[in-house]
Write a protein that binds this ligand. Structure first.
Ligand code: AMP
Ligand code: MG
Length: 404
C-alpha cells in the first residue's frame, strides 16, 4: 500500500500531453492551445474616439465653461468605420461617434454631454486636456506582441482575442479517447432486466460522465462478466483507445480477475492499493506505454479514485497546467472519526456564510452510498494520521463542483 502522493507521482510520470489538432476558435473553448499567438495588427488600428461627441482642438476650448460656452463650426458628421478626408482648423469641430478615427487636426473629443447643439454649430461647455477621450492605436494590442501562449486555457476572452487578430482556427491539444469497461456478473445495463439480484452498472455512466466532464471522450466498452476470456477480449478492444479504465474485480475476491487479465495483457504494474478511503484497491500500470487504471467497483470508491488519479492524468494529456481541483480551508461543523493509517475523502457540503467556508458531512460514508455523493459538492481531506477531527476545526476540502 502506498500513499496518495506517491501514487499520483508514479502515475503522472507516465503521462504525456497528446499531439495537437486544428479546430475552429469556438470549438477551442475549454481546450488548451498548443501554439503561441502573435498579433498581426495593431488593435485598435488607428487613434479613435472613446465617446460620442465632437472632435476638437483642445486649445480652442481651453476657456470653455458652463457660463462661457465656446462656439465651434461643425464641418462634418463622422461615423465609426469611416475616415474623415478633412483637416480640422481652428474654430471647427467634427461630430464624431465612438470608434471613429480621430480626424487630422483634432486632438481631443468633447463628450456630447458637455455640449449644446445649435444649427451648424456646437457650444462646448467644458475645457479638456489634449488627448482626452481618445483611444490610441495599439493601446489594446501592438502588432507583433504575443497575446496567447502555448498551454493557455481557451476561455471566452481568448476566443475573442483570437478573432481580433484574425485567427478563425487554432491548434489545441487533442482529447484522449478513454475506454471504460465494467466487470461483474451482477451487472446489467441501464435498460436491462434487474430481476431480484442484478444491479445497474451505474459506474459505466458515472465514469463516462467523469471522463466527459474533464473534456475527454468516453468509449463505453459495456459490461464483462466475471470470466477471464470475456474480460481479456473486451480489455483488448479497449487498448485501441488512449487510456483504459476498468471498474471492479480488482480486490481479493474469488472472481476478481481483472488484475490477472491485465497481467496477461502485459501490464507493467506500478502499484496496487493506495492508503485511502474510499478507493483502496486501485491499480495503475501501462500496457505498451498506454496508461491503464484498474478502479474499485464500489460506486463511490470508483468516483473518488477517478477524481484523485484519472482526472489529473486526463487533464495533463490535454495540456492543462492546472490539473488539480481547488482545495479550500473550511470550518468543520461536526466531528469526524476514523481509523488512523489511510487518508479519508469524506463526502461533504461546503457553504459560504459570513466570510467563512463551513462544511458538513452529507451522510453515510459507505463506499457504496452514492446518495451522499449526490448531495456533496466537496471532499473533506482527513490526513492519514488523524483519528478525530472536532467540530470547529479547520479542514481542507477539495471542491468538486465547478460552479461552486
Ligand atoms: P468488486 O470490486 O467487483 O468486488 O465490486 C465491489 C462492489 O461494487 C460490489 O458490491 C459490486 O456490486 C459493486 N459494483 C461493481 N461494479 C459496479 C458497477 N459497474 N456499477 C455499480 N456497482 C458496481
Ligand atoms: Mg465483482
Amino acid at each position: 500500500m502506498i500513499a496518495v502522493e506517491e501514487a499520483l507521482e508514479r502515475i503522472l510520470s507516465h503521462i504525456r500531453p497528446l499531439g495537437s489538432e486544428k479546430v475552429s476558435i469556438l470549438d477551442a473553448l475549454g481546450r488548451v492551445i498548443s501554439e503561441d499567438i502573435y498579433a498581426n495588427r495593431d488593435i485598435p488600428p488607428l487613434d479613435n474616439s472613446g465617446m460620442d461627441g465632437y472632435a476638437v482642438r483642445a486649445r480652442d476650448i481651453q476657456n470653455a465653461s458652463q457660463d462661457h460656452p465656446v462656439r465651434l463650426k461643425v464641418i462634418e458628421d463622422l461615423r465609426a468605420g469611416f475616415v474623415s478626408q478633412k483637416t480640422l482648423r481652428t474654430g471647427e469641430a467634427i461630430r464624431i461617434m465612438t470608434g471613429a478615427p480621430i480626424p487630422n487636426g483634432a486632438d481631443t473629443v468633447v463628450p456630447v454631454e458637455d455640449t449644446e447643439k445649435g444649427s451648424g454649430i456646437v457650444s462646448v461647455l467644458k475645457a479638456l486636456q489634449p488627448g482626452q477621450n481618445i483611444r490610441r492605436a495599439g493601446e489594446d494590442v501592438k502588432k507583433g506582441e504575443r497575446v496567447i501562449s502555448d498551454g493557455d486555457l481557451i476561455r471566452p476572452a481568448e476566443v475573442g482575442m483570437l478573432a481580433s487578430v484574425g485567427r478563425s482556427s487554432v491548434a489545441v491539444y487533442q482529447r484522449p479517447l478513454v475506454a471504460i469497461l465494467c466487470t461483474g456478473d451482477e451487472l446489467v445495463d441501464v435498460d436491462g432486466e434487474v430481476g431480484e439480484v442484478k444491479i445497474v452498472s451505474s459506474n459505466s455512466y458515472t465514469l463516462a460522465a467523469q471522463v466527459k466532464d474533464c473534456g475527454a471522450i468516453p468509449v463505453q466498452l459495456g459490461i464483462a462478466r466475471d470470466r477471464k476470456e470475456e474480460i481479456r477480449e473486451k480489455l483488448g478492444q479497449g487498448l485501441r483507445a488512449d487510456v483504459l479504465i476498468s471498474s471492479a474485480g480488482v480486490s481479493v475476491g474469488d472472481y476478481d480477475f481483472v488484475r490477472d487479465v491485465l497481467n496477461d495483457l502485459g501490464m507493467k504494474i506500478l502499484f496496487w492499493k493506495v492508503a485511502m478511503r474510499p478507493g483502496k484497491p486501485v491499480t495503475f500500470g501501462t500496457i505498451d506505454g498506454k496508461p491503464v487504471f484498474g478502479l474499485p467497483g464500489n460506486p463511490v470508491s470508483s468516483m473518488v479514485s477517478f477524481e484523485q488519479f484519472v482526472r489529473p492524468s486526463l487533464l495533463k494529456m490535454m495540456g492543462h497546467r492546472r490539473i488539480f481541483r481547488p482545495v479550500i480551508e473550511a470550518i468543520l461543523k461536526e466531528e469526524i472519526r476514523k481509523e488512523s493509517g489511510r487518508r479519508h475523502f469524506v463526502r461533504a457540503s461546503v457553504t459560504f456564510e459570513e466570510d467563512h467556508y463551513f462544511v458538513t458531512v452529507t451522510g453515510d460514508q459507505g463506499s457504496g452510498i452514492l446518495r451522499s455523493m449526490v448531495k456533496a459538492n466537496g471532499l473533506v481531506i482527513i490526513p492519514e494520521d488523524r483519528e478525530v477531527v472536532r467540530a470547529g476545526e479547520k479542514v481542507k476540502v477539495q471542491l468538486l463542483d465547478r460552479n461552486f
